[in-house]
Design a protein around this ligand. Structure first.
Ligand SMILES: Cc1cc2nc3c(=O)[nH]c(=O)nc-3n(C[C@H](O)[C@H](O)[C@H](O)COP(=O)(O)O)c2cc1C
Ligand code: SF4
Length: 409
């Protein structure tokens, strides 16, 4: 199942910066009317604006963007290889719909950002990678004619959780299976065709396009000094379709989620963290807790361990099975969590899961096992009362209908 998110207006919190108003896709004339034309930039000027803005990546790791831009440009100069830039719109995370929504409503903002990143790094090739039908994006590229310094190629990646991992993406662009590879050297040194490659989430690039137009101070006028700017979030709340909103960093979570009817909140998506609702009520949106931009408020009548078990099964099935942690560790943890999710004798299963989590962490070629372990550990802590009840043969949940979206396998 793919999440079909509605784009909800967010005037309550701030005027949306990234999403076209009214939920209507912006063609190029409308885009220029709204934001103004994009002028050409000297790479140093753009790097400085990116650094001063404090823009961080929106693909999960919140890495400062200017550092990646600078290191790809530098690797290009050092190796004599012309860099490649890739806009990552894969969004293999089943609970996330923010990148698809952004690409549907404001494709030119992403394409502007990609072209700016190409200018800043001196790239010779630019790709926009997406999971879904790319027809409207090809039309958007065609609409731009020869405005861009280098042409953008739109490519489709397989619908898989791992496809958007940066090395899987560069493998795919090289005609190989879209699977992660060992990160040494990293793709910013050797990526597509062995050239230094910048892989950047589409939302990050869209923010860059606005920073180039309006400056770092404007970008910082939303958010907090430590987490400046706004961010797209996919919200899952009981009784509503998932929806995508744009909110400033620093906004209290209770402004976005109905925490009074919630037992726990999943922050950051399936590589993220479960937090008890009472604790979530004290938190604000930060780059650190938002991961891939997913927030899910688990209804109080559902079973947290059962939800986690369904997600873990998906994560284990989605792993490429290339490395030990994914080959044996994740399936074992997922199967054990299935036992924990059902009321009945648990034996040493909880301790086993904790031990196995420690054994897989940091041992994969990519961060898939680490992200999965983060989810497991937070579930063991947040749902400790539910797991105790299960061990005594009870479950407090009254509704076993699945809440979090997990594709059928
Ligand atoms: C298993 C896995 C899946 C990932 N999937 C995506 C994805 O779908 N989209 C994305 O932008 N980043 C994804 N990432 C992160 C990318 O590897 C990369 O860090 C990101 O695209 C960099 O862009 P950013 O710095 O703008 O966030 C994934 C990482 C892992 C470990
Ligand atoms: S850690 Fe898992 S997902 Fe990552 S490359 Fe190895 S087998 Fe694949």
């Amino acid at each position: 199942m793919t999440t079909t998110a509605t784009h909800a207006p967010v005037d309550l919190y701030m005027s949306p910066r990234l999403l076209a108003p009214g939920g209507t896709p912006a063609d190029h004339p409308t885009h220029e009317q709204r934001y103004g034309p994009l002028t050409s930039f000297h790479p140093a000027e753009l790097l400085r604006a990116a650094a001063e803005s404090g823009l961080t990546g929106r693909g999960g790791a919140a890495f400062p963007m200017y550092r990646k831009l600078a290191s790809v440009a530098e690797a290009g100069r050092r190796t004599g290889r012309t860099p490649v830039v890739v806009a990552n719109g894969s969004e293999g995370e089943p609970a996330s719909a923010k990148d698809k929504t952004l690409l549907r409503l404001s494709p030119h903002l992403v394409l502007d950002g990609l072209c700016l990143a190409a200018e800043a790094t001196g790239a010779g090739e630019a790709y926009l990678a997406v999971e879904d039908d790319a027809t409207h994006l090809e039309a958007a590229v065609a609409e731009r004619g020869d405005r861009d310094r280098i042409p953008v190629r739109v490519v489709r990646v397989p619908k898989r959780f791992l496809s958007g991992e940066s090395s899987a993406l560069t493998q795919h662009l090289d005609g190989r299976p879209a699977l992660p590879r060992h990160q040494n050297p990293p793709v910013r040194e050797r990526g597509v065709h062995g050239a230094p490659t910048l892989v950047q989430n589409v939302e990050t690039l869209a923010h860059l396009a606005l920073i180039a137009r309006y400056g770092a101070d404007w970008y910082r006028s939303a958010g907090t000094p430590t987490d400046p700017g706004s961010v797209l979030c996919t919200l899952h709340v009981p009784g509503r379709e998932p929806r995508v909103v744009e909110a400033p960093y620093g906004l209290p979570l209770h402004r976005l989620l109905p925490l009074h009817t919630t037992s726990a909140v999943l922050t950051g998506g399936y590589h993220g963290t479960w937090i008890p609702a009472a604790q979530a009520a004290q938190l604000t949106l930060t780059a650190g807790n938002l991961g891939a931009g997913v927030l899910a408020a688990l209804p109080a009548d559902r079973c947290g361990p059962a939800e986690t078990a369904r997600v873990l099964r998906h994560l284990a099935l989605e792993s490429a099975g290339q490395c030990g942690p994914c080959l044996s560790g994740l399936p074992r943890i997922a199967a054990a969590f299935q036992t924990l999710a059902a009321p009945g004798p648990q034996g040493t299963t909880r301790e086993d899961v904790s031990r196995w989590a420690g054994l897989v962490e940091g041992r994969g070629a990519c961060h898939h096992p680490d992200g999965t372990v983060r989810l497991v550990r937070s579930a063991l802590t947040t749902f400790a009362p539910e797991l105790d009840a299960h061990a005594h043969g009870h479950c407090t949940a009254t509704d076993r209908t699945p809440f979090l979206p997990v594709p059928r396998s």
